[in-house]
Design a protein around this ligand. Sequence first.
Ligand SMILES: [Fe+2]
Ligand SMILES: [Fe+2]
Length: 398
Amino acid sequence: MVWLMVATLSAQNPPEAPLPAHIGPYLQHPAADAMSVCLVSQTAKTVSIQVRPTNAQDKAPAPVTAEALAIPGTPWTRWAARLQGLPAGGLCAYQVIVDGNAGPWQEFRTLNPAAPELRFAVFNDVHDQLATLDRVLAHVPAESFEFSVLLGDCWNDPQTKNQADRVFRTLDGFVRRLDAARKPLLYVRGNHDLRGPFAPQLARLFVAPRLRADAPLGEQDVTLAFAAGPAFLLFADTGEDFEKKKEVFNVLRERQTPWLRSELASPAAQGRWRLFLSHIPLFNDNIWNSEHARKAWTDVLAEGKVDAAFAGHDHGWKLLPKNQPLTVRFKSSPADSQFSDGTVTSTPPFPVLIGGGPKPAGKEQGTAMLFKVTAKDCSVRLVGAETGALLTQLELTR
Ligand SMILES: [Fe+2]
Ligand SMILES: [Fe+2]
């Protein structure tokens, strides 16, 4: 009887394998002429990155020394090195040297603003459920993305328990599954990345142009904007949902308004598809939208001629057409820091595609957004975890 109980328990909760000594390498903050290489390690004392010269006859450059950033409350240190002076769209080979031991050669491509086509993939609301991601990825060919985007709530209320081991398991899961040693792994914050006692440390796993990982949660700037092929991408930070901690997150959102305006007016945005990504949608047909972000940003996004917006948060996938009014009935809820009772109508000036998650099947099935952008077409296929079916498709042409 005792044996049977033990057997049943262990079948339900198979012990997890110990975490590896190192997670990565993984690529961050891609640019046309630069790339950051990260390694998260429990043991490394020194880390450097060796780049292979483009011409085999050239002398190898000196290895780039990675800088260490301790991750408090854990045995982990994040090492990061910025590789600079790389050719746009060029293939770059590198190896990570840990304590004098060189790892395997890996290859990546820098961003290429002149490329005729861009393919990338967006995953949202994984909530630490790597089995759901596995199920989605079974239907996503490796060649269908040059980089991947984690569009928020990919961790679930990050905990400090057991030295935050769940956080690192999930990171390891994303790095391996999304081939992040060869394809940049971009991070957009969701409201559940902002909750839990480890949330302020999560930024230490990532590199972004204005990100100071030791800043308070509301001042960590993970936003990104860049041109890649015929697309110009904006990754905004919607912060918490509803009116939670508005003294922090209203400020965080309002700080992005002039940034969005200047990015959309920049030379890099001209002549490209302008795609706006955020965890919480600005527009939705239910309460899962950010009223404050909508009020703060819609005019700027419309004047900046954003072509389409992409989000998660809802947990139910959908495609909302542009210029169609959405009426939502709110009920006040102190627990959710929600506004008063009432009806709010809003009209998106661009189509809005919302991905699902975090379940492997059913109404909350996980999804992948597969982007294929050319000068003439912007096509986004939404593939579902349950069967790999094409759930919906956004097709823009010009
Ligand atoms: Fe979520
Ligand atoms: Fe969310």
